[in-house]
Design a protein around this ligand. Structure first.
Ligand code: GLU
Length: 445
């Protein structure tokens, strides 16, 4: 079946799953040339088999809130593809979670994990439960209820979940505890664990650090670097925080960060001290970003808006999907942005990607630039298998090398005749080829 026919069939089969169709269409639109070079792929109906998840697990999660009310949420695990390794990918807890969003994330994860050079298949899971506003005891009871079903479907050589939006060290810890209680096994069935029970050093930092390592590589292709560059960052969670930390270490000046209520613009730049304040505010007090402007009066809080209309050299969206639309992309280009590196998954809508590529600015999709998180998850799995713990330096060095390799692969498959690097194409083709070859070798299963 031709790629375009696959998309049409998916639209009919899965109506009402726009994010999933968006992610699939975008990938298929860029791998077509490569796919057509391999008639054996078409004979094996490879594209359709690669787009549809191996398995979708859907379950009810019931738990009791602090007032004694019985609450019900939906739980999901999408096991997308395990051709190159065990299923691997995060768990998202957010009120917006539905099948379409998790299917897009699991599909993207398959390509991302392939790019990391490590042996990991693709998966994603989650729930429409939101930890925001819940007590610690409620979060624990929810995590336990979620794991009381999920534990049947995961294992160190089967499927290894991790964190994502709404799931950090606290949630991973509670889920790990419940798995252990149910199975009597101490196993590396989750990554992003605490340092005391099998977690890897640098895992919390990995997505943000990797994003900036990738950005550095992109700038290097134009003989440039991060020194003195102003940067618009969205989000204020794990990815944004460690993106800001690494930007500061490399001499850049982050100007913004945001949450779902709005963004702050700090003309003086977010320095190390202010970053420590954000970390405390978001990770410990679980407060809102508008409080930053109360703490630092030079900063301005913009309620209900996104930071993309401010002037800066670089933008790095680190919040969530579809947060840069066409209008925002046009504003960024008009304001002279030279590079956009995605810390989040699919934060840029297709029309906005076109704006960046037409303007020939450096633009990299999340599946390449944010792959550092899952890459260090892969390294956590290796350490768990070895029953060893590596030093910060060892892990950081490996992360850096992986991000350099991913960049090299994007350049290899994405360089256009005029020299412009189409990172979308490069990432998709490189990610696809490895999975496709593995699937071909393993027959129709
Ligand atoms: N949720 C992260 C991602 O989008 C990390 C997944 C993992 O570590 O398994 O890649």
């Amino acid at each position: 079946m031709k790629a375009t026919e696959v998309v049409e069939k998916l639209k009919t089969r899965f109506p009402g799953e726009p994010e999933y169709i968006q992610a699939v269409s975008q990938v298929l639109g860029t791998i077509e040339d490569e796919y057509n070079k391999h008639p054996e792929f078409e004979k094996a109906n490879l594209i359709e088999r690669l787009c549809i998840p191996d398995r979708v697990i859907e379950f009810r999660v019931s738990w009791v809130d602090d007032k004694g009310n019985v609450q019900t949420n939906m739980g999901y695990r999408i096991q997308h593809n395990n051709a190159i390794g065990p299923y691997k990918g995060g768990i998202r807890y957010h009120k917006s979670v539905n099948l379409s969003i998790l299917k897009f994330l699991a599909f993207e994860q398959t390509f991302k994990n392939s790019l990391t050079t490590l042996p990991m298949g693709g998966a994603k899971g989650g729930s429409d439960f939101s930890p925001r506003g819940k007590s610690d005891a409620e979060v624990m009871r929810f995590c336990q209820a979620f794991m009381s079903e999920l534990y049947r479907h995961i294992g160190p050589d089967e499927d290894v979940p991790a964190g994502d939006i709404g799931v950090g060290g606290r949630e991973v810890g509670y889920m790990f505890g419940m798995y252990k209680k149910l199975t009597h096994q101490f196993q590396g069935i989750l990554t992003g664990k605490g340092q005391e029970f099998g977690g890897s050093l640098i895992r919390p930092e990995a997505t943000g650090y990797g994003n900036v390592y990738f950005l550095e590589n992109m700038l290097k292709t134009r003989g440039d670097n991060l020194k003195g560059k102003t940067v618009l960052v969205s989000g204020a969670g794990n990815v944004a925080q460690y993106t800001i930390e690494k930007l500061l270490q490399l001499g850049a000046k982050p100007l913004t960060c945001s949450d779902s209520d709005g963004y702050i613009y700090d003309p003086d730049g977010i320095d190390e001290k202010k970053l420590a304040y954000i970390m405390e505010l978001k990770n410990v007090e679980r407060g809102r970003i508008k409080e930053y402007a109360e703490e630092y009066p030079n900063a301005v809080y913009h309620e209900g808006e996104k930071p993309w209309f401010e002037k800066a050299d670089i933008a790095t969206p680190c919040a969530t999907q579809n947060e840069i639309n066409e209008e925002a992309a046009k504003a960024l280009v008009a304001n002279g942005v030279i590079a956009v590196s995605e810390g989040a998954n699919m934060p840029t809508v297709p029309a906005a990607i076109k704006v960046f590529q037409d303007a020939k600015i450096l633009y990299c999709p999340g599946k390449a630039s944010n792959a550092g998180g899952v890459a260090v998850s892969g390294l956590e799995m290796t350490q768990n298998s070895e029953r060893l713990k590596w030093s910060r330096e060892q892990v950081d060095e490996k992360l850096h090398a992986i991000m350099n390799d991913i960049h090299e692969n994007c350049v290899k498959y994405g360089t256009q005749p005029d020299g412009y690097i189409n990172y979308v194409k490069g990432a998709n083709v490189a990610g696809f080829l490895k999975v496709a070859k593995a699937m071909m070798a393993q027959g129709i299963v």
